[in-house]
Design a protein around this ligand. Structure first.
Ligand code: NAD
Length: 443
């Protein structure tokens, strides 16, 4: 099938490469000329495991190409995917300007029937807006042309995006149109052989399903963080509690890790956008408000622990940071807890010496050159002479360090474990002062 994808970010590029891999003819269009130039040469602008080989293979085979020319894009694909960003607006709602610009562009250039497939995460009612926008442009052009709009939200996880796309838990197809539904079924058939993963539904329900999934996941995290803070005050250990509740099959072990808060480009903005959608229809989403508030507070927990340990005397201290990305296996630092911690430390006059396996360039891009941020190339270099180590992202490489060497390298052997990856008892035996999240200091 000939397919055009607008937006070559985490979602658009993975979608394009994976659809090309099964034999489709994909054209990816982006307004970012630098990105498109790099991609044409097989250079991937983001860190995403397995993506570079996939792009290189399909580029070489001629099944995947890149362009900044929207007209070419509209001519190319029967299916026109919208995979552009929907960042939060100032009031927390989803900013739809990029989505609607693409809708306009498609309507400006189309000369034949097109199916517009919305992959971006968009509030309920956006498909109607896309339809209205396109109808307006077509009317201005004085042409009467048929098109359909489908909601096909994406559930891939950064860091495992290729695997998630190739073997999805589910494929949501939201449409009220049989012809479009049939085309989408055909498109996804190669990813749907093991068992039927397609869940077809009406458009508004499809749009809401994406927000519901992210809000549920964010709720699990905030729930555990709330309990972790409580456990700490009660002298209990949240890790033992986690094992205790996860054993209940109705609860399960997945996604109930306490920590220093969730970040990323999706959970914070999607919870906030859903809350905003609720407000617009006169409903106060109290649970969502709490999920967000708990997370905001949780991002401060490491700051508070560091402040308390040093009794507020942070000026001139050097704090080593392991992990900058909002989670392992990505370079994405959007809304990352590391940013809250670093900005707090700088404000308090401390210096940050940081290492991340993938997000160093991104940190440099966000913060530029500054004297109180030193980016180093190994975890060992970060801790050399530091007053303390804070672990913010649970990359595998941080899980089992040489604690003996670590103790020797640190100026004072203090560890703030924002992801509970270490055993407090062992660390204390090894001579460290250990702070976790929701763990009894005496355990
Ligand atoms: P991103 O910011 O990485 O990429 C968006 C791309 O769209 C950019 O390259 C930008 O230049 C391009 N763009 C903007 N306007 C354009 C236009 N008019 N024409 C062509 N390209 C244009 O975004 P992302 O992380 O890939 O997310 C895209 C959407 O998918 C968002 O709605 C997001 O919520 C959703 N989503 C993201 C993830 C994720 O893990 N990142 C997962 C599921 C869903």
């Amino acid at each position: 099938m000939k397919i055009t994808i607008f937006g070559t970010g985490y979602v658009g590029l993975v979608t394009g490469a994976c659809l090309a891999e099964v034999g489709n003819d994909i054209l990816c269009v982006d307004i970012d000329e630098g990105k498109i130039e790099a991609l044409k040469q097989g250079i991937i602008p983001i860190y995403e495991p397995d993506l570079d080989a996939l792009v290189a293979r399909n580029l070489a085979a001629g099944r995947l190409s890149f362009s900044t020319d929207a007209r070419e894009g509209v001519e190319h694909g029967l299916l026109q995917f919208i995979a552009v960003g929907t960042p939060p607006d100032e009031d927390g709602s989803a900013d739809l300007q990029h989505v609607l610009v693409v809708a306009e562009t498609i309507a400006e250039h189309m000369n034949d029937y097109r199916v517009i497939v919305d992959k971006s995460t968009v509030p309920v009612g956006t498909a109607d807006k896309v339809r209205e926008t396109m109808a307006g442009v077509l009317a201005e052009r004085g042409v009467d042309m048929d098109f359909d709009v489908v909601s096909n939200p994406e559930f891939l996880k950064e860091g495992a995006a290729v695997g998630d796309f190739m073997k999805p838990d589910r494929i949501i197809i939201g449409t009220d149109n049989a012809r479009a539904a049939e085309l989408l079924h055909q498109l996804y058939a190669p990813f749907n052989r093991n068992h039927d993963r397609v869940i077809a539904m009406d458009i508004r329900s499809a749009e809401l399903t994406k927000y519901a999934a992210n809000a549920m996941l964010a709720t699990k995290i905030s729930f555990m963080n709330e309990l972790a803070n409580l456990a700490e005050k009660l002298g209990a250990d949240i890790e033992q509690v986690r094992h205790g509740i996860g054993a209940d099959s109705r609860i399960g072990y997945a996604f109930i890790y306490p920590g220093c808060g969730y970040g990323g480009s999706c959970f914070p903005k999607d919870v906030s956008a859903l809350e905003h959608t609720a407000n617009q229809v006169g409903y106060q989403a109290q649970l969502l408000e709490a999920v967000e508030a708990v997370n905001r507070r949780q991002k401060q927990v490491l700051c508070q622990k560091i402040h308390a340990h040093f009794e507020g005397d942070l000026a001139g201290r050097r704090i080593a940071l392991w992990g900058l990305a909002f989670k392992p296996n990505t370079d994405d630092m959007r809304d990352a807890p590391s940013r809250v911690l670093m900005e707090y430390l700088w404000e308090a006059g401390a210096e940050v010496v940081a290492f991340d396996p993938a997000a160093m360039d991104e940190a440099g891009r966000i913060y530029g050159e500054r004297e109180d941020l030193v980016l180093v190339n190994t975890p060992e270099a970060a801790v050399q002479g530091a007053d303390a180590l804070a672990v913010v992202t649970e990359w595998n490489i941080f899980r089992s360090p040489d604690f003996h060497a670590l103790r020797k390298a640190l100026k004072s052997p203090v560890i703030f474990d924002g992801r509970n990856i270490y055993d407090p008892a062992q660390l204390r035996t090894d001579g460290f002062t250990y702070y976790g999240i929701g763990r009894n200091q005496e355990n």
